[in-house]
Design a protein around this ligand. Structure first.
Ligand code: HEM
Length: 403
């Protein structure tokens, strides 16, 4: 098997349970590995980190030589895939009702609610002989939290779940014929979801609640107001990013702990290790595996030139296991020091929701850890979601001794 089929093998669904040997193969093959489809894979920590911080590298898909023909120059995109200065403006406006400096206590103030929700979800598992950690715990928690934060009715989850699935599928890194069709249905879903969220925001114009949609639509300063299209894209991004990743962190966390009973026991005895354990999970089993970029110039990466416009795929989960950066990288060590992982990305697109994700993951694992001693995995590996970019189990069936 040659290196130019690595991307196909990495994205092949059969590899979803354990892509890490392929990532090791990628790092062995070189710092930049060109694929038959013209894309370039980067799997080493220092190169990925440098590219995430490089202003000559774009996230905007419209800079690519191979472009989705349905994507127009005029179309409003979410700030996740915009470059500065447009990215900076939108990220700053989206941050105003979420975090410092304008809303410094916003996320922290949710700790109580998150603890309460976690308690209710754990209570719901009591007396169950078997449950699915995803559907019964790891999914409802972040969905409920981001709904409350944005001001989206929780009961509408079946509606936005369908849109969210289509948008996430369209953003996946999967070579192949269906990519154009996935892009079309993803774009359509984004438009419908955006319309739904803007309608919700409009209902609060002049009658603001405590939520972020209210804050966006009632901004008094015209210079700080989002246009209708910007509001739609920002709200879609926050709703999707706010839950599709955290669910994987919690599920990967439980799976990893059940596979490492010694570390589970260590955390049970010393809950002070929990924040470090969450960071280690973001390194060892990160929810986001791949990110796309496009060089704006011919770019020299560790001696290989990647021509302007050719797709770059940063395998951030491989960077997290790079022995050139982490000692004994395939070992899960909740007490690891010097753990500057790439789980939340880096540079100007560093995850906007990281403080919230950390609070949710610590609350979830903190509530579950004392109860995991009496449970076993029904299936190992469990069934995975199709997505190669946002990787995590679709279900995690768990059998209970006594919870
Ligand atoms: C464990 C949970 C999470 C993980 C692993 C995660 C991971 C990431 C990563 C890797 C990026 C960078 C993408 C890139 O550079 O291309 C990112 C960006 C982003 N994340 Fe998260 N995320 C998580 C939770 C959240 C939450 C809870 C929210 C919202 C409240 C959120 C909102 C965002 C947004 C808006 C961006 C785009 C930032 C920008 O482009 O400036 N994320 N996230």
């Amino acid at each position: 098997m040659t290196a130019d089929t690595l991307l196909e093998r990495i994205t092949d669904y059969a590899c979803r349970p354990d892509p890490y040997p392929l990532y090791a193969e990628l790092r062995e093959a070189g710092r930049v590995v060109r694929q038959a489809d013209g894309s370039h894979l980067v799997g080493t920590y220092h190169e990925i980190n440098a590219l995430l911080h490089d202003p000559r590298v774009s996230v905007d898909p419209r800079h690519g030589l191979v472009r989705d023909p349905g994507l127009s120059e005029q179309e409003q995109l979410p700030f996740l895939i915009l470059d500065d200065p447009a990215h900076h403006r939108l990220r700053t406006l989206a941050m105003r009702p979420f975090g410092p400096p304008h809303s410094p206590g916003r996320v922290d103030a949710m700790r109580g609610q998150i603890a309460e929700l976690t308690g209710e979800l754990v209570e719901g598992l009591r007396d169950r002989a078997e449950f699915d950690l995803v559907d019964d715990f790891a999914y409802p928690l972040p969905v409920t939290v981001i709904c409350r934060l944005l001001g989206v009715p929780r009961e509408d989850e079946p509606l936005f779940r369908r849109w969210s699935d289509l948008v996430v599928a369209s953003a996946d890194v999967q070579p192949g014929e269906e990519a154009a069709e996935r892009a079309r249905t993803g774009r359509q879903a984004r438009v419908e979801m955006g319309r739904y969220l803007v309608d919700l925001a409009e209902q609060r114009r002049g009658r603001p609640g405590e939520d972020m949609l209210s804050a966006f639509v009632n901004e008094p300063d015209p210079a700080l107001r989002l246009t209708r299209e910007e509001l739609a894209e920002t709200a879609v991004l926050l709703l999707i990013a706010g839950h599709e990743t955290t669910v994987n962190l919690i599920t990967n966390g439980v799976l990893t702990l059940l596979r490492h009973p010694d570390q589970l026991e260590r955390l049970r005895r010393d809950p002070g290790l929990l924040p470090g354990a969450v960071e280690e999970l973001l390194r060892y089993e990160p929810p986001v595996h791949l990110r796309r970029r496009v060089p704006l110039v011919d770019l020299d990466i560790a001696g290989s030139v990647v021509p302007k416009g050719e797709p770059l795929i940063l395998v951030i989960a491989s960077g997290n296991r790079d022995p050139g950066r982490f000692r004994d990288p395939d070992r899960f060590d909740p007490a690891r020091v010097d753990n500057q992982h790439l789980g939340f990305g880096g540079g100007i697109h560093l995850c906007y929701g990281a403080p919230l994700a950390r609070i949710e993951a610590r609350a979830a694992l903190g509530a579950l850890i004392p109860r995991l001693g009496a449970v076993t995995l029904v299936e190992d590996p469990p069934p995975y979601r199709r997505n190669a970019m946002l990787r995590g189990p679709r279900h995690l069936p768990i059998r209970v001794g006594s919870l």
